[in-house]
Design a binder for this molecule. Structure first.
Ligand code: SF4
Length: 325
C-alpha cells in the first residue's frame, strides 16, 4: 500500500514545475478552489497561491473565502484552523506529513491536567496547536498578536502555551504573570546566539530581525523580534539595506524576491549543514502534491463538531483583537 502511494506521488513530483503549475491553475478553476500558502512554503508553491501570509493572515483569509474548497499549503494545524472557521467548505491538505513539531509538544489530556493545577486562570494558546487543545483555550494568538491576546485575557495571571520561547519574548512586555507550557519549535530552537554573533561579525552593517519562537539568547541580540508578516513590513519601511534574518528559509527567499535591491543573510550561513532553519514539515508540500490534492481530493481535513464550536470561539476572539504587527 505504502509503495503504491509513493509511486503515485513520484508520478506527480517528477513532472516539470511549469507543467504542474499549469495543471494546478486549471484544476483550481475547475474545482472552485482557493489556494492559501504559508510564507515558509517552497518558492514554486508560492507561484500557484491566491494568498501568501503568516498564520494570522491566512486565518483571516480563510474566513473571507468565497470558493467551496480551500487547499492549504501549510501544515496540519493551519488546515484544521481553516476548517474550524469554514465548516461548510472542503479543506484539503496536500500532504499528511505536514505536521508541526511545536503542535506535537502539547495534547489535550496534558492541558486539562495543567489547567486543573491553576483553576480559573485563562489560557492564551498559540495557534500552533491541535484543534482539541484549541477547544480548551480562552483565546488563540499568533506571533503577530501574542501581547494583545495576553492583555485581552481576564485577570493578572495567564497560562501561555505551548511555546516557552513566546513566554521569554513577551514576559517583560506585560505586567501580568505568565505561566508557560514547556514546548518549543524545533526549527527556531536550533538557532543559537553563537550563530547570530557570527553573522553579525560577518555583516556588521546589517540589522538583526528574528522570530519570537527563537531562544532568548537569540532575541536579546536582535534589533527587532517580529512575526513573518511583521518582518516583511519592517524591511519595507526600513531605510537600511542589509538584514540578518532569524527564521525559516522560506521567509528569507520571499524577502529576496520582494526586495531585490536589499541584502538578506541567513543566521546559519557559516554552517556546513545548509538544512538548518528549514522546516521539514513545511517542505513536505510539493507542487506535485498540490496537483494531486486538487485532482484526487487529498487529504480532506475534518474536525468533530463539538471541538470545532469551542475552538471557533477562541479563534474568533483572536481575529477580533487584530494584530500588533
Ligand atoms: S517552523 Fe516550527 S512552528 Fe512552524 S511549522 Fe515548522 S515546526 Fe511548526
Amino acid at each position: 500500500m505504502q509503495k503504491l502511494v509513493s509511486a503515485d506521488l513520484c508520478k506527480y513530483d517528477a513532472r516539470p514545475h511549469e507543467e504542474n503549475i499549469a495543471a494546478i491553475k486549471r484544476f483550481k478553476e475547475q474545482e472552485n478552489a482557493l489556494l492559501l500558502c504559508h510564507t515558509y512554503q517552497r518558492p514554486e508553491v508560492h507561484e500557484v497561491a491566491d494568498f501568501v501570509g503568516d498564520s494570522y493572515g491566512l486565518s483571516v483569509q480563510a474566513t473571507k473565502a468565497a470558493q467551496s474548497t480551500i487547499v492549504f499549503c501549510g501544515v496540519h494545524f493551519m488546515a484544521e484552523t481553516a476548517k474550524i472557521l469554514n465548516p461548510q467548505k472542503r479543506v484539503l491538505l496536500p500532504s499528511l506529513d505536514a505536521g508541526c513539531g511545536l503542535a506535537d509538544a502539547i495534547d489535550v489530556e496534558g492541558v486539562r491536567a495543567w489547567k486543573a493545577r491553576y483553576p480559573g486562570l485563562p489560557m492564551v494558546l498559540y495557534i500552533n496547536s491541535p484543534a482539541d487543545v484549541k477547544a480548551e483555550a480562552d483565546i488563540i494568538c499568533t506571533s503577530g498578536n501574542t501581547l494583545k491576546a495576553i492583555e485581552a485575557a481576564q485577570g493578572n495571571r495567564v497560562l501561555l502555551a505551548p511555546d516557552k520561547n513566546l513566554y521569554y519574548s513577551f514576559a517583560d512586555k506585560t505586567s501580568k504573570e505568565l505561566i508557560p507550557w514547556e514546548g518549543y519549535c524545533p526549527v527556531h530552537k536550533a538557532v543559537t546566539g553563537d550563530m547570530v554573533e557570527y553573522a553579525m561579525a560577518e555583516h556588521p552593517s546589517a540589522l538583526v530581525v528574528v522570530h519570537p519562537e527563537c531562544n532568548p539568547d537569540v532575541t536579546e541580540l536582535a534589533d527587532a523580534v517580529l512575526s513573518t508578516s511583521g518582518m516583511v513590513e519592517y524591511v519595507r519601511e526600513s531605510a537600511e539595506r542589509e538584514f540578518i534574518i532569524g527564521t525559516e528559509l522560506g521567509l528569507v527567499q520571499l524577502l529576496e524576491r520582494t526586495f531585490p535591491d536589499k541584502e538578506f543573510y541567513q543566521v546559519y550561513d557559516h554552517k556546513s549543514c545548509d538544512e538548518s532553519c528549514v522546516c521539514p514539515y513545511m517542505k513536505a508540500i510539493t507542487l506535485g502534491k498540490v496537483r494531486r490534492s486538487l485532482e484526487q481530493g487529498t487529504h480532506e481535513i475534518m474536525v468533530p463538531e463539538d471541538i470545532r464550536v469551542k475552538a471557533m470561539t477562541a479563534l474568533e476572539r483572536m481575529i477580533a483583537i487584530g494584530r500588533d504587527r
